[in-house]
Design a protein around this ligand. Sequence first.
Ligand SMILES: C[S@@+](CC[C@H](N)C(=O)[O-])C[C@H]1O[C@@H](n2cnc3c(N)ncnc32)[C@H](O)[C@@H]1O
Length: 234
Amino acid sequence: MTPALAAAPWRCFGWSARAWSHPWGAFLREHAGWRGRSGLEIGSGVHSSLAPLMLALVQQVECSAHVADSLPMIEARNSALLPAADAKRIRYPVRDLRALRGQWDLIVMKSVLGGVYRTQEASLADVHANVGRLIDQHLTPGGLLVTLDNGRTWLEPLWARFGARRNGWRVFSRGDLPTPDAMYGFGVLGGFSAATRLGAVGRLIDDVLYVADRVLSPLTRRHAVLMHVYRKPP
Ligand SMILES: C[S@@+](CC[C@H](N)C(=O)[O-])C[C@H]1O[C@@H](n2cnc3c(N)ncnc32)[C@H](O)[C@@H]1O
């Protein structure tokens, strides 16, 4: 990791980056002693890939995308954040969450479950089945599955009025996913990204929302970003 990335890990998190990176920081602190050999990021994107950060925990990472077109851009973005020796520890294959083959010590996905299991096409039972499959079939013993997703806050009806959920994106409440080994939540306002609509000005607004979220987060259990961690028994 370059010193710049070490100082600003949120650069891997895309929209509302500081809010999304907050639970990751808490996860790293609580799993400081955990190390593995192999990692898989599922559904990385051109605006956000956590593979560079996963290198702190595992020796090799497969940074996968669902479609091949985006991989060169994702690789260029990640490589710019890493020293050459670290960049070589990441490979860039195409992988489908629903048709995985193989086992890894660490599997990470950010903003993937909500899109793959949209409300009009799938049920929570489908999400549970997939999480169970990932743990049972694709984690090595002692391995970790980490999923970061949009959480349902008190403001959900407002975001829905802005059209943010028109596409059936699944937003999770605490308790919707199988009971995790560890869970982290953050933010109230960070579920809505101004940057996606207003560019650079929006990014500034997102930063202001993050400061407000630091104040609001401890006051509620309904967080805008939910991170679930599952550990397969050794
Ligand atoms: C909202 S984007 C998130 C991208 C990136 N992880 C991020 O946080 O910006 C959802 C991602 O899930 C990927 N995706 C959709 N269906 C998938 C599938 N069946 N298997 C793996 N990834 C999938 C999409 O290609 C897209 O990259």
